[in-house]
Design a protein around this ligand. Structure first.
Ligand SMILES: Nc1ncnc2c1ncn2[C@@H]1O[C@H](COP(=O)(O)OP(=O)(O)O)[C@@H](O)[C@H]1O
Ligand SMILES: [Mg+2]
Length: 398
């Protein structure tokens, strides 16, 4: 297996640059676009490593990648974990590992999922504890899919009526309602191999092509400290989640970076959106990571990485952060080399360029304040309503 493959879709700039960069390094591994002409169960591929940029949109590819991983291909990012992961869980996990996140609650979908009936929802209280929810989150707030990406179905909502009105549009999507973070600085950070970090000032209120044309506002010692904290949080999140190629977004409020979006396992890496310098960084970092992983892959074993969340659940020591393989790895974790050494992580690079003028935030249509009880989100019969939050709930009034 002397090949490194990349699987991609509509992208035009990153895949070829990645292939050329790997091949320019004469590592003994040849990079190429993955070519699939048949997928047979348990058949190995010819790739030591595959960088996956598209399986979130193509279920056939996700299944191909799981099959490939079974026979030793190091798939980046781990297709099993990616299938299991979602944003709301990410937020909950962030809290547990000490990374600040906005207050967030999960909302049942507006429309019932296919093949369900009212009786499928007998465990859902109606009405839900809306007053407590609104009090906890506050307004304005953000409402977005619990498992989304690409700014799809992200709404800014200004009051309960506005929220219910916009919720109408979301169909079967499970949404979450999130505290708005009013930020002074905003950053997007690449993280590769759970060790390399590039912090990019980002202005989400700019038009798409100018979002990376931003500069950090915090200066001096406070700025230094902020960058250190962002790097620490970025590594913590990716080590816990087990992603080798991801971006993390932070909104900074009162000097504290608050993680907004950190499940981007096929992060935008287009030269025309991230800009030439960031592109150069990510091409180089991804090429080095892929070669390193190809060199470390152990033939005949699975060579995926798993985050500490999964490893802790399996009782694998935290220091062991390399590929884990079936039961053998669980019994003898010491044979695996750690690939993560946050303390030894390289210098954080921060890009600063001249800021450009800002534009409007995401969907921000106002609505008249009519905070009355809506129709049930899911048309259940009135169930035994849990009007009061559980004793240990954050919704509990003081
Ligand atoms: N809680 C929040 N506070 C402030 N701005 C937010 C918040 N949530 C989302 N946004 C804004 O909306 C944008 C898209 O939301 P995000 O969670 O990144 O969704 P996606 O995964 O679709 O990119 C963010 O880049 C940010 O500008
Ligand atoms: Mg985002």
């Amino acid at each position: 297996m002397k090949k490194i493959g990349i699987l991609f879709g509509m992208e035009n700039t990153f895949p070829n640059a990645f292939i050329e960069r790997v091949n320019s390094k004469n590592s003994g591994f040849i990079a190429e676009a993955v070519s699939i002409d048949k997928v047979v169960q348990a058949d190995p591929t010819e790739y030591a490593v595959i960088i996956d940029r598209i399986s979130q949109d193509v279920p056939f590819y996700r299944a191909f990648l799981k099959n490939a991983a079974l026979s030793g291909t190091a798939v980046i990012n781990n297709p099993f974990w990616w299938s299991a992961d979602e944003k709301f869980f990410n937020n909950a996990l962030a809290e547990k590992i000490g990374v600040p996140v906005p207050k967030t609650v999960l909302l049942p979908s507006k429309v019932r999922p296919e093949n369900t009936s009212e009786t499928s929802f007998r465990n859902l209280a109606f009405p839900m504890a809306w007053e407590e929810i609104f009090q906890y989150i506050g307004f304005p707030a953000y409402m977005k899919p619990h498992d989304g990406g690409g700014w799809k179905s992200v709404y800014k909502v200004v009051n309960p009526h506005d929220m219910w009105h916009k919720h109408e549009e979301t169909g079967q999507l499970v949404m979450m309602l999130q505290e708005e973070i009013e930020f002074t600085d905003y950053f997007r950070c690449y993280c590769t191999g759970q060790k390399e970090v590039l912090i990019m000032p980002y202005e989400p209120r700019n038009p798409h092509h100018l979002r990376y044309a931003a500069e950090m506002k915090a200066t001096g010692e406070a700025g230094e400290k902020l960058l250190e904290t962002i790097k620490d949080y970025t590594l913590r999140l990716n080590i816990a989640l087990g992603y080798d190629f991801n971006t993390v977004e932070f909104a900074v409020r009162d000097g504290i970076p608050i993680a907004i979006d950190f499940c981007n396992p096929a992060p935008d890496a287009d030269i025309y959106s991230v800009g030439r310098d960031n592109f150069e960084w990510v091409v180089e970092a991804a090429a080095n990571m892929a070669i390193e992983r190809a060199q470390r892959a152990i033939p005949g074993q699975t060579n995926l990485t798993w985050g500490t969340f999964v490893k802790d659940a399996l009782g694998i020591p935290a220091a062991t952060n390399a590929a884990i393989t079936s039961s053998a790895a669980i019994e003898t974790p010491a044979v695996f080399e750690p690939i993560v050494a946050p303390a030894a992580a390289k210098e954080v690079k921060v890009k600063t360029v001249t800021p450009k003028k800002t534009s409007k935030l995401v969907e921000d249509k106002g609505a008249e304040p009519v905070p009355s009880e809506p129709e049930p989100k899911i048309p259940t019969k009135k169930a035994a309503a849990t009007k009061f939050p559980a004793a240990n709930s954050k919704l509990k009034k003081p």
